[in-house]
Write a protein that binds this ligand. Sequence first.
Ligand code: AMP
Ligand code: ZN
Length: 121
Amino acid sequence: MNTKPHLNDDCLFCKIIKGEIPSDVVYDDDFVYAFRDINPQAPTHVLVIPKTHIPSCAAVNADNAEILGPVFAAIAEVSKKENLSEGFRVISNTGKAAGQTVEHLHFHVLGGKDLSEKLIP
Ligand code: AMP
Ligand code: ZN
């Protein structure tokens, strides 16, 4: 893969990737890191992030989109590790109006209970 790892000194999730801030790791490889959300909204609530600083979905482009394959492969691995075969939800809040609070691309993986059929409860 050509995507060069690039981390940002001022970013909370980059600091978690570097181990400067502790996290409860669920999955880790050369390109992707996954850890438990500190404020879980479901029995399983894992954040899956690329090990390169991309601010949000809105900043994905032809040059950096290659990272999304490994990210989604990691999401599938997390779902298996967490026994989410009944189903799970993947959310990526993008921008302030969508509730994004950390400006490093991340995918919430939520499961372990019946989730509402409504996209926005
Ligand atoms: P969002 O609001 O979509 O940007 O999601 C950011 C998520 O990061 C929230 O669900 C927070 O609970 C979570 N979060 C913030 N700080 C930490 C941390 N140090 N460890 C784990 N999760 C965190
Ligand atoms: Zn970052």
